[in-house]
Design a protein around this ligand. Structure first.
Ligand code: PMP
Length: 357
C-alpha cells in the first residue's frame, strides 16, 4: 500500500520476520535458538544485590567500563578492543553503518542470517550474496575482488555449519583493505573463536552475544571485538546516533555472567550432548542433517514434506522453524531444547511420519 508521506526508501524496506513468540500456551519452543536452561545462578544473584538497587538510582555508565573490562579479561584483550551494545543485532547495525557504506557491494553467503539484507536496505548498502556449496559449506575464494566488506556467521545460521579458523584467515587475507565481520552468535557450542586472530588482522571484527550460550536472550547484550581503531569507529557511529547505553541491570548481570566460565562450559556441554543425540536420532528416522556446531540443526525429512511436518508439529504445540525460501524450503531448523523436550519432539516426528506415509 503506498503512503504519500513515506519516502521511497522507507516504502522499499522489507521488515525482518522474527520467529514466532506466542504467549500464554505451554509450548515446546524449538524455533528461536534460545538456551533451554536458566542463566548462571551467580548472574541472577545480582538482582537481589543492594549495590544494584543503589546503581539503579543513577544513570548507567555510558561506557560500560566494568563490563568491557570483564569481556576483555575473558578474551585476553584490552577494554579499548571491546564494544558493547543492546544485543548483537544493535552491534551489527553499527558495524554495517560504520564499515559497509561504500561504493562496492557487501558480500555475504546465501544462505545466512536473514537480518543482513535488512540492514543493507536500512542503510542503503549494496550487497551481493555468494551461494554456498550444495552441502552448505563456504568456499572462501568466492570472496575475493572489489567489495565493501564481508560478513559471515560462524557457525552459520540456519545451517549450523562451521568454517575453520584457517579458512577465516584466508578470507581476511583476500580482503586486506576491507572489514570482515565474523558473527559468532553460536561459537560457544563447539567452534574456535576468531578472537585469537585479532592481533594479526586489523580488518577483523568479531561479534558475540549473551543471547544463546549464556541463556540471556532477554537481557539484550551483544559485543564486538577487534583492534582499537575499529572499535573507535563503532563508538563514533554509536555516539552520533545517540544510542541507548546499556542499562545498569544489564551491565551488572552481564559482567558477572561473562566471569562465570565454569557455568558456561557446563551448560554448553549439556546442549552439545543433546544435539549429538538428536542428530543421531533424526538420521535414524531418515532425515538428512547438516553438520552443526550451533545450538540448532538444519534437517530435511526425506519421507515427508518439511512444511507438512512443521504444521503437524505445530498442532502438537511443538514449534520449530520452517523457512519458505529457495534452497532450504525442504528443511526444518530445530533448536536444541532440554533432553525431555527433544524426546517429545523425536517421538512426535516418528508418529507423524508413521501416520502420513
Ligand atoms: N547473529 C546471528 C547469526 C543470529 O542468529 C542472531 C539471533 N537471531 C543474532 C546475531 C542476534 O542476536 P542478539 O541480538 O540476540 O544478540
Amino acid at each position: 500500500m503506498s503512503n504519500p508521506f513515506w519516502s521511497p526508501a522507507l516504502a522499499r524496506l522489507e521488515p525482518y520476520v522474527p520467529g514466532e513468540q506466542p504467549r500464554g500456551r505451554k509450548l515446546i519452543k524449538l524455533n528461536t535458538n534460545e538456551n533451554p536452561y536458566p542463566p548462571s545462578p551467580r548472574a541472577l544473584e545480582v538482582l537481589g544485590d543492594p549495590q544494584l538497587a543503589d546503581a539503579l538510582r543513577r544513570y548507567p555508565d555510558p561506557e560500560s567500563c566494568d563490563l568491557r573490562a570483564a569481556i576483555a579479561a575473558r578474551f585476553e584483550l584490552t577494554p579499548e578492543q571491546v564494544f558493547v551494545g543492546n544485543g548483537s543485532d544493535e552491534v551489527l547495525a553499527h558495524a554495517f553503518y560504520s564499515f559497509f557504506r561504500r561504493d562496492e557491494a557487501l558480500l555475504f553467503p546465501d544462505i545466512t542470517y536473514s537480518f543482513y539484507p535488512v540492514y543493507c536496505q536500512l542503510y542503503d548498502i549494496e550487497y551481493r550474496t555468494v551461494p554456498l556449496r550444495d552441502d552448505f559449506s563456504l568456499a572462501v575464494e568466492d570472496y575475493s575482488g572489489p567489495a565493501a566488506g564481508v560478513i559471515l556467521a560462524n557457525p552459520n545460521a540456519p545451517s549450523g555449519r562451521y568454517l575453520p579458523l584457517a579458512e577465516i584467515e584466508r578470507l581476511l587475507q583476500l580482503q586486506p583493505q576491507r572489514v570482515v565481520v565474523v558473527d559468532e552468535a553460536y561459537i560457544d557450542f563447539g567452534g574456535d573463536s576468531a578472537v585469537q586472530l585479532i592481533d594479526r588482522h586489523p580488518n577483523l571484527l568479531v561479534t558475540q552475544t549473551l543471547s544463546k550460550s549464556y541463556a540471556l536472550a532477554g537481557l539484550r547484550l551483544g559485543f564486538a571485538m577487534g583492534q582499537a581503531h575499529l572499535i573507535e569507529g563503532l563508538n563514533r557511529a554509536k555516539d552520533s546516533f545517540n544510542s541507548y547505553p546499556i542499562d545498569a541491570i544489564a551491565q551488572r548481570l552481564a559482567t558477572v555472567a561473562i566471569g562465570d566460565s565454569a557455568w558456561l562450559a557446563d551448560c554448553c556441554g549439556k546442549v552439545i550432548a543433546t544435539r549429538e543425540r538428536t542428530v543421531a536420532a533424526l538420521q535414524q528416522m531418515d532425515f538428512d542433517v547438516v553438520p552443526s556446531k550451533a545450538n540448532f540443526v538444519l534437517a530435511r525429512p526425506r519421507k515427508l514434506g518439511a512444511e507438512t511436518l512443521y504444521r503437524a508439529l505445530r498442532e502438537r504445540d511443538i514449534l520449530v522453524r520452517y523457512f519458505n525460501k529457495p534452497r532450504i524450503s525442504e528443511y526444518l531448523r530445530i533448536s536444541i531444547g532440554t533432553d525431555e523436550e527433544m524426546d517429545t519432539l523425536l517421538q512426535s516426528c516418528r508418529e507423524i511420519i508413521a501416520s502420513q506415509t
